[in-house]
Write a protein that binds this ligand. Structure first.
Ligand SMILES: [Zn+2]
Length: 709
């Protein structure tokens, strides 16, 4: 028995005052955080006390005189850090969705401390020795499959963190980690500054023809903010392609914006080529220190793909069809340019402008026609919840009695068909100044039988809030995003695992986007659509002709978007498949990029990669290094499951229950790739993804020399 655990925090090195709401477990239903009592001032002491408590807990495991057992080592370690988990889940959630200057300050102050805390645990030789002895005799421990999985998973985490290195190597690893972290921060700051710096100044308002009056006003404001009174400034976003290119009629201005975008971080004050060279070399050295040929090989051991070859093969299979379709789209656009007597050859800065015209003539509808059929609350209750009710027998009841961190946040209690509790679902749908961009799901409380906890999950979106009294009318894109994030929520809510480390969405990155991308299918399934797409005033269903156009338009432009994504994913891989000795010097960085794109077949592609190296934050600032492929990797699984549903009768309880039993409830209690195979009855099949993206017709993969992009 693990007496040290579950102790109160008094008597430890850092004492947390009892009036700190994190000092004890929340007494609210489902241990939902007591948002009405949590103040910014509570975070720092609770985080410090949480780290101190976990250090004590780990020391107690280390100093246990009894020989290592599953209970006194693996389980004791799994139970450690509860206070830290409790405060960090609330802190990181609020840091993302409802921050303030104090929270941001605490976040940057705590980041290095948290990282050192993690290093102290995973490089602790005594703790690792206990895990190692258990791992070596794991077959004779008579563990149930999930306990064995916990031992194996945690052991691998130790190895990946460097637990087997000598003391000298560990010192070198700590140095490398530190240098990598600083270089990544440098890269990110350069991207921010270079992007700001690359904003395009426009002298004449007439050059802005094509933008709306609001956009022109915003450009004038942006100029004013930079002390350029009477001029206009087009600011850039992080991707290669810029939104203004879709609307601007002035071709010379489009070219200026495009070139400003792709030249960010190459030379000049915020040059990132030297930083790219440095990061690539340091990561390759770290991989070599840990016993891998390159960083991709190291990083992919944590993913279902397992190794770079599997990733490269999958991406290479998509390339021919994506390129063939991109070329077809380019031909359509060139035809339109010729018809309008443009007398010029399509260039990357022309693409969005003419593609939008092709889209309008081909599908002929306006967003203002469809939005009245997509009122947010209808979409949520009669679409998103409806599908989950039919598939998994869930019920959703709004709770107005629980405290929230922001008045717009909605709380729903989720129950099974028999009334038994499932968890809480929080919906935070509107955008705010203090919320980061994009859409995401996260957990406040994770499911585990060990702690007897049921999940409290949240979906965050950034839907513009309408004026008081007006309905929230969505685009189809926003509808699909609601279904996507709810797919992640289902993965968290339906979890049924013993151990928190293995529950819910705690799965590899290239698996976690599968339940969410699968759930998007219900947004466009006719029976679900008919249930939620009703006019917010009249209740009339959306006319079939309009519905058909909305669905048909979904496949448009997939040649372009798949090519820009896949070329970036392959570039990310190429950068991380270099041994340290072969890492290019700063002056060779751009040549390396060109050669990598040529080699992968993009030499004559009409489509630029979604990110060029010098502003490719996914690849060079952390999380997605050698991992940008993960989105399409998990989409293969999602489309396979979509096809499986269609060949098994679609929206039915039995089908939903089967998916829940095999995948959605399982977290990573078993190898995720195996879970998929057990559901699907075989390995993933790329066919349905290609079909879904309208990429089945192309077969030509011709490429050759010539200029890179
Ligand atoms: Zn997602």
């Amino acid at each position: 028995m693990i007496l040290i655990l579950g102790c109160t925090v008094s008597g430890l090195g850092q004492t947390l005052p009892p009036d700190n709401p994190f000092a004890t477990e929340s007494t609210l239903p489902y241990h939902m955080p007591p948002f009405d009592r949590i103040k910014d001032a509570h975070f720092r002491p609770a985080l410090e006390a949480g780290m101190a408590e976990q250090r004590k807990e780990v020391e107690a495991i280390d100093h246990n005189p009894a020989p290592p057992t599953f209970e006194n080592t693996v389980l004791a370690f799994e139970k450690s850090g509860q206070l830290l988990d409790r405060v960090s889940s609330t802190f990181s959630n609020l840091n993302g969705s409802n921050s303030d200057p104090e929270i941001l300050k605490i976040a940057s102050e705590m980041a290095p401390k948290r990282s050192a805390h993690r290093d102290a645990i995973y490089l602790d030789p005594v703790l690792f020795a206990r895990f190692d002895s258990l791992y070596q005799k794991r077959a004779s421990l008579n563990l149930d499959p999930e306990s064995l999985q916990l031992l194996e998973y945690t052991y691998k985490e130790f190895l990946r963190a460097g637990a087997k290195l000598s003391e000298a190597e560990k010192t070198r690893l700590r140095q490398l980690n530190e240098q990598i972290a600083s270089a990544q921060t440098q890269f990110q700051q350069n991207v921010l500054k270079a992007t700001k710096d690359a904003a395009v100044v426009v002298e004449n308002e007439s050059d802005l023809d094509g933008l709306s009056s609001e956009q022109i006003g915003a450009a004038a404001e942006a100029a004013k903010a930079r002390g350029l009174q009477g001029k206009w400034v087009i600011t850039l976003q992080n991707t290669t392609t810029q939104p203004a290119l879709q609307q601007l009629r002035n071709r010379a201005l489009r070219e200026r914006i495009y070139k400003a975008s792709i030249n960010r971080g190459v030379g000049g004050q915020y040059d990132n080529t030297a930083v790219v060279a440095q990061i690539v070399k340091l990561r390759a050295e770290k991989a070599a220190l840990l016993g891998y040929p390159d960083f991709a090989a190291y990083n992919l051991t944590a993913e279902t793909a397992g190794n770079p070859r599997a990733v490269n093969e999958m991406l290479a299979r998509i390339v021919p069809a994506a390129l063939a379709n991109a070329r077809k789209e380019a031909a359509d656009i060139q035809k339109l340019i010729d018809q309008q007597s443009g007398k010029f050859k399509l260039e990357p800065w022309d693409w969005s402008f003419y593609a939008e015209q092709v889209r309008k003539t081909r599908f002929g509808f306006d967003q203002s026609e469809v939005r009245p059929y997509f009122e947010m609350n209808h979409v949520l209750q009669d679409g998103v919840f409806y599908a989950a009710q039919v598939l998994y027998g869930l019920n959703f009841k709004e709770r107005h009695d629980l405290p929230v961190y922001q008045a717009d946040v909605r709380v729903f209690e989720v129950t099974n068909a028999d009334g038994s509790p499932v968890g809480l679902f929080l919906g935070d749908y509107y955008s705010r100044d203090n919320k980061r961009g994009g859409a995401w799901m996260s957990e406040y409380v994770g499911q585990s039988r060990l702690f007897n906890t049921r999940p409290v999950v949240v979906n965050n979106l950034n839907i513009p809030k309408p004026p008081q009294g007006q309905p929230t009318l969505l685009t189809f894109d926003e509808v699909r995003t609601m279904f996507h994030e709810f797919g992640h929520a289902m993965h968290g809510l339906l979890s049924d695992a013993n151990y928190p480390s293995l529950s819910g969405t705690n799965v590899p990155r290239d698996f976690v986007e599968f339940p969410s991308q699968y759930n998007e299918m219900w947004a466009r399934e006719p029976i679900v659509l008919a249930h939620y797409a009703r006019h917010y005033q009249t209740g009339a269903p959306m006319p079939q002709a309009l519905l058909d156009k909305v669905l048909a338009a979904e496949k448009f432009g997939q040649g372009f978007s798949t090519t820009e994504y896949v070329s970036a994913a392959m570039l990310d891989q190429a950068w991380h498949e270099i041994p340290a000795a072969q890492a290019p010097t700063a002056d060779k960085v751009m040549a390396f990029e060109t050669a990598a794109l040529d080699k992968d077949g993009f030499a004559r592609s009409p489509v630029p990669p979604r990110y060029h190296s010098a502003y490719f934050s996914h690849a060079f600032t952390g999380g997605y290094a050698a991992g940008y492929y993960a989105y399409i990797w998990s989409e293969v699984l999602a489309r396979d499951v979509e096809q499986w549903f269609h060949s098994h009768g679609g929206l039915q309880r039995a089908n939903g229950e089967y998916l829940k039993a095999k995948i959605l409830s399982r977290g990573r209690t078993s190898d995720p790739a195996l879970l998929f195979q057990q559901f699907y009855g075989g390995p993933p099949n790329i066919g349905p993804l290609l079909q879904h993206r309208g990429l089945t017709s192309g077969t030509s993969g011709a490429s050759g020399g010539g200029a890179g992009l």
